[in-house]
Design a protein around this ligand. Sequence first.
Ligand code: NAP
Length: 314
Amino acid sequence: MQTILLGVSSLRSSRLAYGCWRVAGSWDPTKVTPPGRAAGHRAIVAAYEAGYTLFDNADIYSGGEAERILGEVLKEVSGMRARVLLATKCGIRPAGTPHPHSPQRYDFSKAHILDSCEQSLKRLGVETIDLYMLHRPDFLAAPEEIAGAFTQLKSSGKVRYFGVSNFRPTLVTALQVACPMPLVVHQVEISLAKMDSFTDGTLDQCLIEKITPMAWSPLAAGLLGGGAHDLLPSQEAYRPEPFLPAIDAVAKDRGASRTTVALAWLLKHPCGIQPIVGSINPDRIRQAATADELELTREEWYRLLLAARGEPLP
Ligand code: NAP
């Protein structure tokens, strides 16, 4: 697979990243089973062998199980830790933690960021996280306080680089102004079914600030591939059926699959969007890894944009 540098950092990653959100087999940690974990191990190994070198994770994925599974694979596969970049996130606190009556909330307090990082390092079984992101914007986000946490994590060698996820561009700016280190990625949902980032300033800011946009759910959680098993509530209203034939037509023309065309559509954007592939099926993981071999023409790109918009451009 081709490689890219993330933002202005020295982190060189595979062109597509692998996402560990689904590797435990269930989002509910009480429903994670040994066969489900074993499938997650196989998926991560398949991704590594297919050339993905950035593994995206988060403290809340399956209550920490996704980080534990990745940590186990890193121990099992000789030399893997040195060849991959580990990315994970903090800042979402589910209801019931730490007290039974605690509400669901976001928490970018210094104490929570520092503690979350310690816990992620333990679950991953490593001493350093390459890329640490704030998962969803805390309504009470205080940039100076976050900058203090980041500075401490960087100077202690626990984190190499930082990024954000699902932020408004103005909050990225507010945080960047306070931080002495560059924010190198912005992880947002981008796909033919979710194109807000093209027009809400997110990708413009990535171009200006040289931030790498990482695209989560690049296949709209499977709706642009062979079908979705689990959608987020925000994805349930997606109706890609009307434009799937347009993707299939390009795929047929180019002798490619629908999946690789949908991913190649993201790769074409000049700000260097990095799709995060979320399948746990080894064949699909391998197929998605070939998307960087397909360069769409501007005409093909716009044909897909128009089909997905469902209306002409002005
Ligand atoms: P995705 O690649 O759009 O969807 C993967 C899902 O699509 C899997 O359930 C997969 O099922 C299914 N699928 C169906 N046909 C497929 C095909 N032909 N090829 C590949 N997959 C196909 O991505 P995602 O899993 O929704 O998200 C990717 C990553 O983004 C996550 O792992 C996580 O790291 C990150 N993420 C971040 C946020 C955030 O807020 N920052 C939110 C969500 C996700 P099979 O497994 O059966 O193939």
